[in-house]
Design a protein around this ligand. Structure first.
Ligand SMILES: [Ca+2]
Ligand SMILES: [Ca+2]
Ligand SMILES: [Ca+2]
Length: 298
């Protein structure tokens, strides 16, 4: 019994049944897996194409060949092991080569080894950003496969611009293992380029983008597109009018009112309006108003 992807030791014995020492001291043996006990055909899997033997072989002498062979990672089934000695037919045997191939009587049973399966969930990024803004995005990568993910891999964070394609904003190199059944939440910060076009987009997170983690049938679920939209918008605040008293007595409280309209896209993030008195080009500030909320377009 063996598991796919496992390393197994194969040994075989080769004897010189002739009446002369080999004319060469170097030849290659080949190790093949085969569903039937016959060499050749589409069922053959060459495990070791050329295992070199060094040394002359006198009549009656033998050697034990050995090879540590890593089974293919998707191998599944019951196989004979077939060994061919002097596969290149370089030793002069006067044509007696039919006995150079031997199949194992028993079969080796190989089962598929479990593999990791990474998936992305819970992609949460900002809903509104201005070009040039700093942003932080959170996401979760889970290993829903049957084996630990032990090799490092890279995640990539994109903004999906539709027809304009994906725009990468960040990459994350993950070097700590993720055990089977476990999840890890990640957080990544980046800055949106100042020239990023305004529009409505989606966040996209892709895990294992270089495919360093082998997931067999689980490679297709490595990307998640956020359900929530990202709006990239440039606000354009404009003061429409200011009204205040024309005559004020010093020391008294006055009320000033003004109207702000947003001629651009939605404005968020909070800002401050300030009230000044101007005299001969010199501004003196008299008050401030915090604007914590958002101001929609128009
Ligand atoms: Ca022979
Ligand atoms: Ca996967
Ligand atoms: Ca993969």
């Amino acid at each position: 019994h063996a598991l796919s992807g496992e390393t197994v030791l194969v040994t075989w014995e080769v004897r010189n049944d002739g009446n002369a020492t080999t004319n060469l001291a170097l030849w290659n043996d080949r190790v093949v897996l085969s569903l039937d006990a016959v060499l050749g055909g589409s069922d053959d899997i060459v495990l070791a194409g050329a295992v070199t033997h060094a040394g002359l072989l006198a009549p009656g002498e033998s050697y034990v060949g050995r090879a540590e062979i890593t089974l293919p990672r998707d191998l599944n089934g019951e196989y004979h092991v077939i060994v061919v000695t002097d596969v290149n037919q370089s030793v002069n045997e006067e044509g007696r080569r039919t006995n150079n191939t031997l199949a194992s009587t028993g079969k080796i049973s190989v089962q598929l080894a479990a593999v990791p399966d990474l998936t992305v969930s819970a992609v949460e990024g900002p809903a509104v950003l201005r070009p040039g803004d700093a942003a932080t995005l959170r996401y979760t990568v889970s290993n829903v496969g049957g084996a630990d993910a032990n090799t490092a891999w890279r995640d990539r964070i994109y903004i999906d611009r539709g027809a304009a394609g994906l725009y990468q904003v960040a990459t994350v190199l993950v070097s700590e293992p993720l055990a089977a059944g476990q999840s890890a939440e990640r957080q990544v910060s980046f800055t949106l380029p100042a020239n990023f076009a305004e529009g409505e987009y989606r966040w996209v997170v892709r895990t294992d983008t270089e495919n360093t983690v082998y997931e067999r049938d689980g490679e297709g679920n490595n990307e998640l597109r956020s359900a929530a939209a990202l709006q990239v918008a440039r606000p354009d605040l404009r003061l429409l009018g200011v009204e205040g008293p024309a005559l004020v007595q010093s020391g008294s409280t006055v009320t000033v009112s003004w109207t702000v309209v947003n001629n651009g896209a939605i404005a968020t993030g909070g800002w401050v309006d300030a009230v000044y008195l101007a005299r001969d080009g010199v501004l003196t500030k008299y008050g401030e108003v915090q604007r914590p909320g958002a101001l929609g377009s128009g």
